[in-house]
Design a protein around this ligand. Structure first.
Ligand SMILES: NC(=O)c1ccc[n+]([C@@H]2O[C@H](COP(=O)([O-])OP(=O)(O)OC[C@H]3O[C@@H](n4cnc5c(N)ncnc54)[C@H](O)[C@@H]3O)[C@@H](O)[C@H]2O)c1
Ligand SMILES: O=C(O)C(=O)C[C@@H](O)[C@H](O)[C@H](O)COP(=O)(O)O
Ligand SMILES: [Zn+2]
Length: 367
């Protein structure tokens, strides 16, 4: 097992990465001082539960914990206020109190939802992330928790850091291939924003990563998590450098919302968004190779790099206005200057963004 740290003063916490860790959930919780006198809630989804819920429950019960489990439908639509309310009902009925902890067993959807329940139940209880997707090397670290509104992604949320992250890489072997690629989009993003060598490493190891070669996966997850942990440690609440983690997300979140949550996976939408951001970089003077290299890297990971021709540019632009980085009338973009380097810009011309979105559409009709 390897341990990384997120350094946030009194809110610091470890990320444990390794094999066979699910069976240690109970002992880890006890070591972190969570009382066995109060019920523990495990939130997961209906694709993950058949594989892994029992292992986690057994491990908790062996340590004397009473477990309340909640299984939501898999997919982005569970990041909603209605599912959040169902989770609150179960927490109240299950007798969770202020000493209880809420555990997220799953990908980013379960992590964001369970985290928001933990942040708000009785004004905040302890929270543990147990990621089961590649993408969740990103979502389980940093404390951004939220549900969606039909008009805007992650718009109802909080910052609520976990007690610890328990990342059992054995769980990744059951991930469907489309989810593997979607998760690798965020891994590559960590390279594109601040580690050129890592971005090229992701491309060179694309086939190994796609086929879940364990050594490559563990290296990639460790590197991705440490870049994320380092950035979050410098800027927990996104007043500066943390915004760079949003590369590709301004366009990506808009695509997810207007296409209908779940049509594009988050990693797929930000893949297209990162191609758009690279194009904006080139429009602002970067070497055109920035665009071709970014696209090639994403394609090596089997990710989409264009939009369907019938998606409306106006709708994407309108949805982008709800982005949390949109402040004081200015659209803020994370723009790459080269592979491994980005800047945060608030002087991007709307016409340039419009041209870039039009250019992202598959050849054919532009609506
Ligand atoms: N909080 C953050 O910092 C942050 C960062 C990145 C993304 N996110 C959010 O994360 C979400 C996407 O997360 P995701 O890609 O993990 O999606 P997800 O949670 O929907 O999981 C992907 C799919 O894989 C299934 N699954 C999960 N683990 C599995 C396993 N081990 N074996 C088999 N199937 C498994 C799930 O049931 C689901 O169908 C988005 O809502 C995004 O906004 C949040
Ligand atoms: O942790 C962050 O900060 C990120 O931006 C990570 C992103 O990958 C993630 O999708 C995040 O949820 C987006 O944040 P948001 O504030 O734009 O909703
Ligand atoms: Zn993301």
């Amino acid at each position: 097992m390897k341990t990384l740290n997120v350094d946030l003063g009194e809110r610091s916490y470890p990320i444990y990465i390794g094999s066979g860790l699910l069976a240690k959930t109970g002992s880890q919780l006890a070591q972190h001082g969570v009382s066995s006198k109060s019920p523990i809630m495990v939130i997961t989804d209906d694709q993950i539960a058949p594989y892994y819920l029992q292992i986690v429950k057994d491990s908790l019960e062996q340590e004397g914990y009473k477990v309340v489990s909640a299984v939501v439908q898999s997919g982005e639509t569970s990041k909603s206020l209605s599912v959040y309310t169902e989770m609150m009902t179960l927490a109240i009925e299950g007798g969770l109190d202020r000493s209880s902890a809420i555990l997220a067993l799953g990908g980013g959807v379960v992590g964001d939802l369970a985290g928001f329940v933990a942040a708000t139940y009785m004004r905040g209880v302890r929270f543990v992330q147990i990621p089961t997707t590649i993408l969740a090397h990103d979502s389980s670290v940093g404390g951004k928790v939220a549900v969606n509104h039909p008009l805007a992604k992650n718009i109802i949320g909080a910052f609520h850091q976990p007690e610890f992250v328990l990342y059992d890489v054995d769980t990744l072997k059951t991930l469907p291939p489309r989810e593997v690629s979607a998760g690798l989009a965020e891994m590559l993003k960590h390279g594109l924003i601040q580690d050129e060598d890592f971005a090229y490493w992701c491309e060179e190891h694309a086939n190994k990563l796609l086929s879940l070669d364990k050594d490559s996966l563990v290296y990639g997850l460790l590197r991705g998590c440490s870049i994320k942990a380092d950035i979050v440690s410098q800027d927990e609440r996104e007043n500066g450098i943390r915004a760079t983690l949003n590369l590709g997300h301004t366009i990506g979140h808009a695509i997810e919302a207007i296409a209908g949550y779940g049509k594009f996976l988050h990693g797929e939408a930000i893949s297209i968004g990162m191609v758009g951001a690279a194009q904006l970089g080139v429009l602002r003077g970067a070497d055109p190779a920035l665009y071709t290299t970014t696209k090639r890297m994403l394609e090596a990971l089997n990710l989409p790099t264009s939009l369907p021709a019938d998606i409306s540019t106006d709708d994407i632009l309108a949805a982008m206005m709800h982005d949390k980085k949109f402040r004081e009338g200015l659209m803020v973009f994370i723009i790459p200057t080269k592979i491994g380097e980005v800047v945060v810009a608030n002087d991007v011309r709307v016409q340039d963004v419009r041209d870039v979105i039009d250019g992202l559409k598959e050849r054919g009709v532009n609506v």
